[in-house]
Design a protein around this ligand. Structure first.
Ligand code: ISL
Ligand code: CA
Length: 556
């Protein structure tokens, strides 16, 4: 990558904070901004350069802040605007930048724009998407992202509905209206002027709806063809960049649902001047059948195939294995039992060796696992409750429903951060808003900080190793031949060659390491690994990769 393209947001390590679950400073059971401030040194120590802060705005919290009722106010649960400004300042002192979540496909139904709209104010009515029902039915047959229909009757009206692609408390904005565009530009400026370094843009490729016709019937998301990555949407992204974002030293990462690499390049290729990078979902789909609530057995080769495709096709990637919507990666792509630590470390090594900006989700750095929920009654996620209703109406057997919910609930990633083994996990002195995983007794920060061989210590070392490596940060990518469930690739510049090999399984795998050299008289020398002893690797050509073994070699 040429020196002029080596931007800070490309080699920066990003850490996502889900504020509710991170650190509670006042004992009300909810994580807050002062709590985050108290952990900045911890993040700095880890090697974090950029924090992505999930929503902290005013919100009735039907979708934990992804339903915003005031884009310029901080939710009192999280603190005050002074706290937010202090967070930005304190982070800056430590050379950490902050990006915020931009949620502008929809607002909360408690946003004053929506309230005025339903009161009949013409100006604000045009901020949202209203439509009459037809013949006693909903205005069209579209399906929501949360597995229900996506129209809700306007209170006090006989036959008027509003569109919501997510929950009914999240009405979609009307992006055909220039006033909506102007409002969003001003919101961006408001935060950028406060020192925010960019935005993670929520479902940013479904803003602009081409029409409201009936869609082709599908098991989920009927209607998608009318609003998915439309030309109008591309146009909005280009204008937001030109009019606002380009005036600041900031970047955007788009959450772009259901895109392949071609569509993703149209959203973030450098010639397009829209977004700077996007989160793809193909690798998140490797253990599901069609839609995310139907899980199938995880096969590493599917994950490898998806990662390889994105590594190969994209100019730049936003790499992640976890976020607040996904199950924990160790419970999914690793092993949260016998091989817990070693598989976490392998996933850490892989994430930090791929080409692109790495995103670590809170708790991933200590190997937090999926939640240990008894059943739906212990889950809070609005999506899980809606999907449960839909599965019930389709007569899914109870046991299957229960199993699917436990595997897919977004609460798997939202259980409070495990700072210590104490009651409250060092997260809170009160009653946590969501059940703390019982395994905080032995998976926690306090314990891992004292252990040089912990998952946390490995993250630290691997981040430092990456920051020292020209090839891992800036090199090109090429996949190498390897057994089916082993992921092998090289990262290279004109004069340096780094080979990364990951055994993605709990079984031993034989690999001919020296066979992938690029020069005849050279040797691949082991530089980094997730196993402590590595004598055999240094001396032989063919060696057996142990369960979840991860190694980095340099050609010398
Ligand atoms: O269906 C999906 C991908 O194929 C979803 O995971 C999708 O990414 C998700 O539902 C959209 O997520 C974002 O917007 C939602 C919010 O609930 C999520 O937490 C947020 O990450 C609505 O704002
Ligand atoms: Ca609190």
């Amino acid at each position: 990558m040429s020196v002029k393209d080596r931007k800070w947001w490309r080699n920066g390590v990003v850490y996502q904070i889900y504020p509710r679950s991170f650190c509670d400073s006042n004992g009300d059971g909810i994580g807050d901004i002062p709590g985050i401030i108290s952990k900045l040194d911890y993040l700095k120590e880890l090697g974090v350069d950029i924090i992505w802060l999930s929503p902290v705005y005013a919100s009735p919290n039907c979708d934990n802040g992804y339903d915003i009722s005031d884009y310029r106010a901080i939710h009192p649960d999280f603190g005050t605007m002074d706290d937010m400004e202090m967070l930005i300042r304190e982070a800056k002192i430590r050379d950490i930048r902050i990006i915020m979540d931009l949620v502008v496909n929809h607002t909360s139904d408690e946003h004053q724009w929506f309230k005025k709209a339903v009161e009949g104010d013409h100006k604000y009515k045009n901020y949202y998407i209203f439509k009459e029902g037809k013949n006693g039915k909903l205005p069209n047959n579209w399906g929501s992202f949360f597995g229900s229909d996506c129209w809700e009757k306007v209170p006090g009206e006989d036959n008027l509905y509003y569109l919501h692609l997510f929950d009914k408390k999240q009405p979609d904005l009307n992006w055909h209206n220039p006033a909506v565009y102007d409002e969003v530009c001003n919101i961006l400026r408001f935060w950028l002027d406060k020192g925010i370094a960019g935005f993670r843009c929520d479902v940013i490729n479904v803003l602009y709806k081409n029409s409201l016709e009936d869609g082709k019937k599908k098991i989920a998301l009927t209607g998608l063809e009318y609003y998915h990555s439309t030309e109008g949407n591309h146009d909005i992204l280009r204008r937001l960049r030109e009019d606002v974002l380009s005036k600041y030293d900031c970047f955007t990462v788009g959450e772009t649902v259901l895109v392949d690499t071609k569509m993703a390049m149209d959203l973030c290729g450098s010639d397009r001047k829209e977004l700077d990078m996007v989160f793809g979902f193909e690798h998140m789909e490797c253990d599901q059948i069609g839609i995310k609530w139907f899980k199938t057995k995880y096969r590493p080769k599917r994950l490898i195939k998806a990662l390889d495709r994105w590594q190969h096709d994209m100019e730049w990637n936003a790499n992640y294995f976890e976020n607040h919507d996904q199950p924990r990666s160790v419970s999914r792509f690793g092993n949260d039992d016998e091989y817990h630590d070693i598989s976490c470390k392998m996933l850490a090594g892989l994430l930090l060796s791929l080409r692109g900006t790495p995103y670590i989700y809170e708790g991933q750095e200590i190997g937090m696992t999926n939640g240990d929920f008894k059943d739906l009654s212990e889950m809070q996620d609005v999506e899980s409750h809606t999907v449960d209703g839909t599965m019930k109406s389709l007569h899914f057997p109870d046991r299957l429903r229960d199993k699917l919910l436990k595997l897919t609930t977004r609460d798997n990633a939202r259980t409070p951060m495990q700072w210590s083994g104490d009651v409250g996990a060092g997260f809170t002195k009160g009653t946590p808003w969501l059940k703390i995983n019982a395994n905080h007794a032995y998976i926690n920060v306090e314990k891992q900080l004292k252990d040089d061989d912990s998952v946390l210590a490995f993250y630290k070392k691997m981040i430092a190793f990456r920051k020292d490596s020209e090839t891992l940060q800036w090199g090109e990518y090429e996949r190498l031949k390897s057994p089916e469930n082993v992921y092998a690739f090289r990262r290279y510049t004109d004069d340096k060659n780094t080979v990364v090999i990951c055994n993605m399984t709990a079984k031993k795998q034989p690999v001919w390491v020296q066979a992938v050299k690029t020069r005849e008289n050279s040797e691949l020398v082991l530089k980094f690994s997730n196993y402590l002893s590595d004598e055999d690797k240094a001396s032989s050509d063919l060696f057996s990769f142990r369960p979840f073994e991860f190694c980095v070699f340099e050609e010398e």
